[in-house]
Design a protein around this ligand. Structure first.
Ligand code: CP
Ligand code: NVA
Length: 307
């Protein structure tokens, strides 16, 4: 079987991303108003089974991928790694070979990115990154879809990132380099992204110390939890992050009508104030729903049906 892995946005490249987004827009529109469990008219992944392996908690990724494969006509088998032999030391490589015998694709949420790469190396079916400590490409596909739906084109866009220099930022920067938009990230000292992550932006991303400088002229303002899964809930980190909180005052310093995005889960009063995340500039609900629509097209791309 010929297939493609979706390990990072660079797996798809600019053309693949464009094909996935166009397909997602079409398919979303074609089934508007339908019951969520009704398969798409063409059910393009009928008889396909998606394995999902979670080493970390999830709400959106778990439910949206399950709904996605159902809408494409297939089925999912979902497990936490703690309930698998993986949680007792069976290797990733052996797990990859075993799951490849039962399932047509594997989605993995894990900590060390190397485990995702190992899964892809030993699987004989497509492997999809459902978040690692290094990146979260499926989230950024949903974010790009959400921005496109506002009628804004991606080249030339200015995105401001506020807060922790984390896995979600790394994927936004990668998208910027591939799709020719700019990212300015304001992160406190000690919590800035790795230079290698910024380099993935091909010169389209930079880090500043001032939140106001980051949001100046921004079309989209993005933040994420200050404490990612697997990190210590340290008071010192929360204190360092506080000046980088997304407030109504900061949103007012961005472009008029700038949009607010957050991958969720959110912590109101920490990385963002309630009036912003629950206010008129926030697109968090369509952003979360778009995980479903974007991932359906990612799955189709993995099987060579588009792009
Ligand atoms: N945004 C996101 O990936 O959410 P979950 O952790 O709930 O899957
Ligand atoms: N940066 C967050 C994203 C959660 C969807 C984390 O890794 O926990």
């Amino acid at each position: 079987m010929t297939y493609r892995n979706f390990l990072d946005l660079s797996s798809a490249g600019a053309d693949g991303i464009a094909a996935i987004l166009a397909d997602a827009l079409d398919r979303k529109q074609a089934r508007a108003g339908w019951p969520k469990g009704k398969p798409d008219a063409d059910a393009p992944l009928t008889n396909h089974v998606l394995a999902m392996v979670f080493e970390k908690n999830s709400t959106r990724t778990r439910f949206s991928f399950d709904a996605a494969i159902r809408q494409l006509g297939g089925q999912a088998i979902i497990s936490d790694s703690s309930q698998m032999q993986l949680g007792r030391g069976e290797t990733v490589a052996d797990t990859a070979r075993i799951l490849s015998g039962y399932c047509d694709a594997i989605m993995v949420r894990t900590d060390d990115h190397a485990k995702l790469l190992e899964m892809a190396e030993y699987a004989s079916v497509p492997v999809i990154n459902g978040l690692t400590d290094a990146s979260h490409p499926c989230q950024i596909m949903a974010d790009l879809l959400t921005i496109l739906e506002t009628g804004t084109s991606l080249p030339g866009l200015k995105v401001a990132w506020l807060g922790d220099g984390n896995n979600v930022l790394a994927s936004i920067v990668e998208a910027a380099g591939l799709l020719q938009f700019d990212v300015v990230a304001a992160c406190p000292q000690g919590f800035q992204p790795e230079e290698a992550d910024i380099a993935r932006g091909n010169g389209r991303a930079r880090v500043v110390g001032s939140p106001r400088e980051a949001v100046e002229g921004a079309d989209v303002v993005v933040t994420d939890t200050w404490i990612s899964m697997g990190q210590d809930h340290a008071d010192t980190k929360l204190a360092a992050m506080m000046p980088f909180q997304v407030t109504a005052e900061l949103m007012a310093a961005a472009k008029p009508g700038a949009k607010f995005l957050h991958c969720l889960p959110a912590h109101r009063g920490e990385e963002v104030t309630a009036d912003v995340i629950d206010g008129p500039q926030s697109l968090i609900w369509p952003e979360a729903e778009n995980r479903l629509h974007a991932q359906k097209s990612i799955l189709r791309w993995c099987f060579g049906q588009i792009g």
